[in-house]
Design a protein around this ligand. Structure first.
Ligand SMILES: [Zn+2]
Length: 136
């Protein structure tokens, strides 16, 4: 399970909408409390690929974000990216490129009228959805 404040949920959606029709991406940081993740910060990052179907998280932006997390005393929890025109399901490439089976891979889809955010753990070839809880 991963908890995320409504405000940050909204920021992820806004970042995705602003970047459309290209995919956008970013990192998520927070705390692990009793085995559950609590997102406290998100780090929107531009898609250095400027593509509708791929994303690459800029390496420098990624390092800056992780440094900021250390300073704040929070942990990297995973990343997010958008699917401007496809469902919120990891693509074959998303699965192939996932390297950390402890991380949460969030995908926000803009394919329908209302944006949908989902989160996955990816181990080997298998993506398993994890529940997202939004709170105030
Ligand atoms: Zn994807």
């Amino acid at each position: 399970m991963i908890k995320i404040p409504k405000r940050l949920y909204g920021e992820i959606v806004k970042h995705a909408e602003n970047g459309a029709p290209y995919e956008v991406c970013g990192l998520i940081g927070g705390k692990i409390v009793c085995g559950g993740k609590v997102v406290t910060d998100i780090y929107p990052i531009e898609n250095s690929d400027r593509s509708r179907e791929h994303f690459s998280i800029d390496v420098k932006a990624q390092l800056d974000a992780v440094r900021n997390m250390r300073e704040k005393g929070i942990e990297p929890l995973g990343n997010f990216h958008s699917h401007p025109a496809s469902p919120p399901i990891p693509s074959a490439e998303d699965i192939r490129l996932a390297y950390d089976d402890g991380a949460s891979y969030m995908i926000v889809s803009l394919a329908k009228n209302k944006p949908v955010l989902k989160s996955f753990r990816i181990k080997g070839e298998k993506a398993v959805e994890e529940a997202i809880v939004t709170e105030e």
